[in-house]
Design a protein around this ligand. Structure first.
Ligand code: NAD
Length: 291
């Protein structure tokens, strides 16, 4: 059996069409949605993510203000800049690109983002809302995963979802969203991580596997139950047999596609949908800031 390959780009295009109508309405009322993206340091992966956000945003007539902050700057200056953005009424959303270099106090920086402009749900106030199941903003990657499942009409209620990865930005909030009592939730969730003693045992039990690890091709076909849904969040750069750089996921696509009922590819799966969920959060913030 060959699984259905989920087309993340097609889903992203649908969301784009829906968003562009709302944005058109806002612009007609003289409001141009605008986000600030703060880069602290020069991480190449986050620079490339910002470029891709900017590319999609500009097609939607969303303004993106990219602020580069030297990694020699002190915490106070970064927080001052964030506070200035919090006060700026033309900025509707703030994204701080990760990783924040280790010499900075990440907790203090994140806490200074206004929860009302925190479009990637970094501030613990918003993350707490996700845990309670009552929130303004959830992180864009977990929202992207849920969007993909909903788009493919894959009902998670009563299903055993195994998430591999317990990060604060993907694994943990995704687990909380899947546990919500209500539509789109009600799943039974297991979260595995680097210290889980028998990863294969847990993955093999899953009706839905979500890999968010950052280890190329960790999940192999013989670890997955026949007919399971497999969502690959991972993005890993590897050198292929011809010596070229190639992006692959945490899932060994070729072997897993043989047993899965649905599978997302990398690239072209979760990534494009994530970007659109971030922009959806920005539009939500723009509308709410008008009130
Ligand atoms: P992270 O490094 O913060 O967390 C990785 C998690 O994987 C940790 O919880 C760790 O315990 C777990 N882990 C590590 N090795 C393991 C192993 N051998 N077995 C089981 N668990 C293991 O990473 P993150 O920020 O959550 O990102 C995960 C991956 O998703 C990365 O490849 C990242 O690039 C990608 N990502 C993609 C998107 C997207 O939009 N597609 C967004 C965010 C992150």
């Amino acid at each position: 059996m060959k699984g259905i390959i989920i087309d993340g780009r097609a889903i992203a295009n649908k969301i784009k069409d829906e968003l562009s109508q709302t944005i058109h309405g806002l612009i007609k009322n003289n409001v141009t949605p605008k986000m600030a993206v703060l880069h602290i340091g020069e991480d190449p992966a986050s620079i490339s993510y910002t470029k891709s956000i900017n590319r999609v945003a500009s097609k939607l007539n969303i303004d993106v203000d990219i602020k580069k902050i030297e990694d020699t700057t002190c915490d106070e200056k970064v927080i001052e800049e964030i506070k200035r953005l919090n006060e700026d009424r033309t900025i509707h959303g703030i994204l701080i690109q990760e990783p924040i270099p280790p010499q900075f106090n990440r907790d203090n920086i994140i806490l200074s983002i206004s929860p009302l402009k925190d479009i990637d749900c970094m501030n613990p106030v918003n993350l707490g809302g996700v845990m309670r199941g009552k929130f303004n903003f959830a992180p864009s990657t977990p929202l992207g995963v849920l969007k993909i499942l909903a788009h493919e009409k894959i009902n998670v209620e009563g299903k055993h979802v195994v998430i591999v990865g317990r990060s604060t930005i993907v694994g943990k909030p995704l687990a909380n969203l899947l546990l919500i009592k209500g539509r789109g939730g009600n799943a039974t969730v297991t979260v595995c991580h680097s210290k889980s003693s028998d990863l294969i045992h847990f993955v093999k039990m899953a009706d839905i596997v979500i890999a968010a690890v950052g280890r190329a091709k960790l999940i192999k076909g013989d670890m997955v139950k026949q007919g399971a849904v497999v969502i690959d969040v991972g993005i890993n750069s590897i050198i292929d047999n011809e010596g070229k750089h190639k992006l692959v996921g945490d899932v060994d696509f070729d072997t897993v596609a043989e047993v899965a009922s649905y599978i997302t590819p990398v690239p072209g799966g979760v990534g494009p949908v994530t970007t659109l969920m971030l922009l959806s959060n920005l539009i939500k913030a723009t509308k709410e800031n008008l009130i």
